[in-house]
Ligand binder design. Structure first.
Ligand code: ZN
Ligand code: ZN
Length: 162
């Protein structure tokens, strides 16, 4: 029997976390608000509006300002490893030309897409689930003033209400 759509989505999320370890900003470094995904690697604090970027966003911004930079220069400037940068570029190059009849399928919902592994809607819902988790973690940690642990550990380790 084929696995359900839910299971597939779950597996995919786990896989995505493993493969694309982008250092997604979970909490605002100014006010500890939850960071909301805005698209193309950019995140905005839901409380104070502070912007932050994941590794993909940092690399993308740097390349936009410094076209022609080598992966070594990008790595130095952004702190993202050269291997991670090469992987990102490879994904970008896989974009299917506009006007072509070829399409890829979103791995979560099967929608037709031109690049990457999931459609925009599924990417957004993936980020929403991360944001929900972050809110949950923050709620459980209310009054707990130590550094915020990363979201996954936090969700597992701090499950009681303070
Ligand atoms: Zn903030
Ligand atoms: Zn989809």
């Amino acid at each position: 029997m084929a696995i359900s759509r839910e299971e597939k989505a779950d597996n995919f999320r786990r896989e995505l976390l493993d493969i694309r370890n982008l250092n997604i900003p979970t909490f605002c470094n100014k006010c500890n608000g939850v960071m909301i995904f805005k698209g193309v690697g950019e995140y905005k604090c839901e409380d104070c509006g502070n912007l932050a970027y994941d590794d993909y966003g940092k690399v993308r911004n740097y390349i936009e300002k410094h076209p022609g930079a080598t992966s070594a220069q990008v790595s130095m400037a952004t702190g993202v490893t050269q291997k991670a940068i090469r992987d990102m570029l490879k994904e970008e190059r896989l974009e299917i030309a506009a006007g072509s009849n070829a399409f890829l399928s979103c791995e979560m919902c099967g929608a037709k897409i031109r690049y990457g592994r999931v459609c925009r809607a599924c990417e957004a819902s993936y980020h929403k689930s991360l944001e929900e988790k972050a809110r949950h973690t923050k709620h459980n940690l209310a009054g707990f003033s130590a550094d915020m642990p990363n979201m996954d550990e936090g969700a597992k380790r701090f499950t009681r209400n303070w």
